[in-house]
Design a protein around this ligand. Structure first.
Ligand SMILES: [Zn+2]
Length: 103
């Protein structure tokens, strides 16, 4: 009669102990994970700005990396790849996700 009671008590203490340890581990993992994600974001995905050029002759759109001095409406002096006409900056944006960038 006495032995099962002792085992139960020990189990309860073990469970409490495990619970505390797992909570502490979870908090640590959460903190480390957050830090890791922030670092990964900083280093692997620098803010990328894209410029959309539109040909004023045929309307052909081309997207390239943002260059210093780009602004909306700027005539870039770059030739349209389709017809060789003059292109101007139509849009400057940062892609929110790599998936959207591809589409
Ligand atoms: Zn064109």
């Amino acid at each position: 009669m006495n032995i099962p009671g002792v085992i139960l008590q020990n189990n309860m203490q073990w469970l409490d102990y495990l619970l505390i340890i797992s909570i502490v581990v979870a908090i640590f993992a959460f903190m480390l994970g957050n830090r890791g994600m922030r670092r990964a974001n900083q280093f692997s995905r620098p803010p990328e700005i894209h410029t959309e050029l539109v040909c004023s002759d045929c309307g052909f759109k081309e997207i390239r990396r943002f260059k210093e001095g780009d602004y909306i409406g700027l005539e870039t002096g770059e030739k349209c790849k389709k017809c060789g006409g003059p292109t101007f900056v139509n849009l400057i944006y940062t892609p929110t996700s790599p998936l959207e960038e591809k589409s």
